[in-house]
Design a protein around this ligand. Structure first.
Ligand code: ADP
Ligand code: MG
Length: 238
């Protein structure tokens, strides 16, 4: 059973067709990477799945439920963006608990979830600090933690590491991989970075111009690219 289904989705900004009758099925527990150059529609697709953008045509299913017109908060997804979007006036703990308090979760349940996320992401010593007192890598861990405490089925990542330096990027890459192995939930991860895609993905969807050009395992895409664009982008001789 697929966890996320994108069926025949198009999205237009004015007269520009940014997604073109796009189809995608992501398996339960799969780590799917959307890889493509800047401007190809990766964020737009992710935002449609998250419900932050309305599709112009087509449908989105999450766990067999048609969520095409559901509010983002009702979709069972957690999203991590490139910029951290933390509340600067709140502590890390406040940032982690904010959505849970709004959802009227019991206090001890909130505490349990925060403790677990803090342990998994190794941010226990940071809980009383405010975001401005954190490094970029630490802030991004907190941003991931915010999705983690919500106990969602599906994680959406939009270039979560692209604001970080190379060393932190590779550290957090390992962390995200570990997180996926531990949680076994579905992850859709947007990047324009081939190395990130090759190291993280169960399967990679290579996008160009609002279309998925190839969807396969990293090995298959590397050794059997369907066209020159994919070959050039993945960096194999083609
Ligand atoms: P990516 O994430 O792959 O870099 P995006 O999904 O952000 O690409 O953008 C895809 C295309 O849609 C780009 O050409 C971009 O300029 C255009 N676009 C994105 N958001 C808007 C918007 N709100 N209004 C008009 N055009 C947009
Ligand atoms: Mg983008």
């Amino acid at each position: 059973m697929p966890s996320v289904v994108v069926r025949d989705v198009s999205l237009n900004f004015g007269s520009v067709e940014v997604l073109k009758s796009l189809n995608l099925e992501v398996g339960r527990g799969e780590f799917l990477v959307l890889l493509g150059p800047s401007g190809c529609g990766k964020s737009t697709l992710l935002n449609c799945i998250a419900g932050l953008l309305d599709v112009s045509q087509g449908q989105i299913f999450i766990n067999e439920r048609n969520v095409t017109w559901d509010e983002p908060k009702d979709r069972g997804i957690g999203m991590v963006f490139q910029s951290y979007a933390l509340y600067p006036q709140m502590t890390v703990e406040g940032n982690l608990s904010f959505g849970l308090k709004n959802a009227r979760l019991p206090k001890d349940e909130i505490a349990t979830r925060i403790a677990r996320a803090a342990e998994i992401l190794q941010i226990e010593p940071l809980l009383k600090r405010k975001p401005l007192a954190l490094s970029g890598g630490q802030r991004q861990r907190v941003a991931i933690g915010r999705a983690l405490v919500r106990d969602v089925d599906v994680f959406l990542f939009d270039e979560p590491l692209s604001n970080l330096d190379a060393k932190l990027r590779s550290e957090l890459r390992v962390e995200i991989k570990r997180l996926h192995q531990k949680l076994e939930n579905t992850m859709i991860y947007v990047t324009h970075d081939q190395i990130e895609a090759m190291t993280l993905a169960d399967r990679i969807a290579v996008m160009r111009g609002g279309i998925i050009q190839q969807l396969d395992t990293p090995q298959a895409i590397y050794s059997r690219p369907v066209n020159r664009f994919v070959a050039g982008f993945i960096g194999s001789p083609g």
